[in-house]
Design a protein around this ligand. Structure first.
Ligand code: FAD
Length: 495
């Protein structure tokens, strides 16, 4: 029984879902509002420079492999991966940094050289993180968030105490050196909340970091978007861009189709990979499951100020990924989560893909992006953006001991207002809804609409949460729910 399925948006979760749904024999069309696909993982090219606009850390390669293996494929059938070494560098002061290598052995040696005894502690910590990873990423996150019982397994029950402590507390129990603490707290930032608010069970992110490594698709993260697009097309998915969904039409609690650029298009099933809150605004109020008050009360992951920059020379003393942790982490975190405002002294992240990929910039030049995490919903204007560019580029010059301002030949900023305009992102969030204890699994917005029979959701505001690997998993989970519902309808008809 072929169903006509409309998918809203072309981010990773939507692309992944489209593959599963087409594989099940459905007629699937993706409608993307922007000119190009990929959602927050779009790419743009300018004057010989190539910029990934969102994700740059390829973590958890096993999740990508699992995705492709569902189609009897391998990631290598679609793109080439390079393991980065060093994985990244963390700056703490002028010419003062720590390199994180590509294997636990060397990372342990680095830790030991900074704090005596920390090498042994690190091995034990990563062993526990791996055990959590095996439970969480290989099993629990592949559950659809329908019932709390999904979280109760013989393995997870043994870890219960880790839900009552935090990553921050756990790390501080085992390590004393502030730099090592900051390095170990960094990976959980990908989940969208402060380490002091994230349960210690989530230290599986530390295993993703130190145990599995940081990878780079040969010509950028967009290789992955292109790869999944190719797979989707091979499976028969149609993708339409410049196609903004204006309304989801519902009759008798059943979606009958959508309005796209003023035209009605019929569907048996509608699946949205656009931000959940935005999708609900496409419904009449009576069909919305979550109120404005609900969204207002959620902990959202940060928004970001990004600068895409082209330099007309090679930049020294920098690696592919570099974190600038030379200022007070706690103060910046407060400015994001507790008392939202522009931070006086921002931490920032710099990404130089042309250090690994020569196609990212013209010969002898460098392409880079700089990212400052910001509170969602914050005021955003050109003056603020420029002030902050000046702040971080001056610090970058000091910390890496070189002059680069006069070598900028291209610069484009992207901030909260652009997240709203380009992606319909609630409060201009960059990474969706945070994964805190009270916003995990069955406590997140549901994959299946509680109010409209054949409306489904996927992506970083629903299950399992923010990040590219979770987006792939989210696509799979929602496709499985849809498949189950189609099968049960078929059974009813047969009976
Ligand atoms: C700056 C930045 C850095 C990041 N870094 C990393 C990283 O290093 N590693 C990592 O794993 N993750 C990272 N992430 C997170 C990761 O990119 C996201 O979690 C993931 O890409 C989200 O995918 P998604 O499918 O949920 O949604 P999105 O990618 O947001 O896709 C939603 C799509 O829906 C479209 N849409 C919205 N409204 C409509 C409408 N009405 N009609 C039609 N289409 C519509 C949007 O245009 C968009 O294309 C980063 C994100 C950002 C922004």
């Amino acid at each position: 029984m072929t169903k006509t399925i409309i998918i809203i948006g072309s981010g990773f979760s939507a692309l992944a879902a489209s593959c599963y749904l087409a594989q099940q024999g459905n007629d699937v069309t993706i409608y993307e509002k922007n000119e190009t696909i990929g959602g927050r993982a779009r790419q743009f090219k300018k004057d010989g420079f190539t910029f990934d606009m969102g994700p740059s850390w390829y973590w958890m390669p096993d999740v990508f492999e699992r995705f492709f293996s569902d189609f009897n494929k391998k990631a290598a059938d679609y793109y080439e991966l390079i393991k980065l070494n060093p994985a990244y560098r963390v700056y703490f002061g002028i010419d003062d940094f720590i390199n994180i290598c590509d294997n636990l052995e060397e990372i342990t040696t680095t830790f030991e050289s900074i704090e005596t005894g920390s090498g042994k502690q690190l091995r034990a910590f990563i062993k526990q993180a791996k055990s959590n990873y095996d439970i969480a990423i290989k099993d629990l996150v592949y559950r659809p968030g329908v019932s709390p019982l999904e979280l109760v397994t013989p393995q997870s029950i043994l870890k219960l105490n880790q839900f009552f402590s935090t990553v921050s507390r756990d790390i501080r129990k085992n390590f004393k050196n502030e730099r090592l603490i900051q390095i170990l707290e960094f990976p959980v930032l990908f989940l969208g909340a402060k380490p002091s608010k994230t349960p210690s069970f989530y230290n599986f992110m530390n295993y993703a970091d130190f145990g599995l490594g940081t990878w780079h698709p040969k010509t950028g993260m967009f290789d992955v978007v292109r790869g999944i697009e190719k797979l989707a097309t091979e499976l028969g998915v149609t993708i339409k861009t410049n196609a903004s969904i204006e309304k989801i039409v519902v009759e008798n609690k059943t979606a009958t189709g959508v309005i796209i650029n003023g035209q009605f298009v019929a569907a048996d099933i509608v699946l949205s990979g656009a931000d959940y809150q935005h999708t609900e605004t496409l419904l009449d109020i009576k069909y919305r499951a979550y109120s404005e008050k609900y969204w207002e009360s959620r902990v959202f992951a940060p928004s970001s100020l990004l600068f895409f920059v082209g330099f007309n020379k090679k930049i020294a003393n920098i690696t592919h990924h570099a974190l600038f942790f030379d200022v007070d982490f706690n103060q910046h975190a407060k400015d994001i989560y507790d008392d939202p405002k522009w931070p006086d002294e921002p931490l920032f992240y710099a990404n130089f893909p042309s250090k690994t990929d020569p196609t990212a910039a013209p010969d002898g030049m460098e392409s880079a992006f700089f990212l400052i995490p910001l509170a969602p919903g914050i005021e955003d204007n050109e003056t603020l953006r420029e002030d902050y560019f000046e702040k971080i580029i001056t610090r970058f010059e000091e910390l890496t001991q070189q002059k680069i301002k006069n070598n900028i030949i291209f610069k484009k900023s992207f901030c909260k207002n652009d997240f709203v305009a380009d992606y319909n992102a609630y409060k201009g969030n960059a990474y969706g809804m945070a994964n805190t204890l009270l916003q995990t699994a069955f406590l997140r917005p549901k994959l299946k609409s509680p109010k409209v029979r054949n409306l489904y959701f996927t992506g970083q505001l629903t299950v399992p949460g923010p990040g590219v690997p979770p987006a792939l998993i989210s696509g799979k989970l929602t496709a499985e729910l849809i498949h189950k519902s189609i099968r049960s309808q078929k059974n009813e008809i047969t009976i």
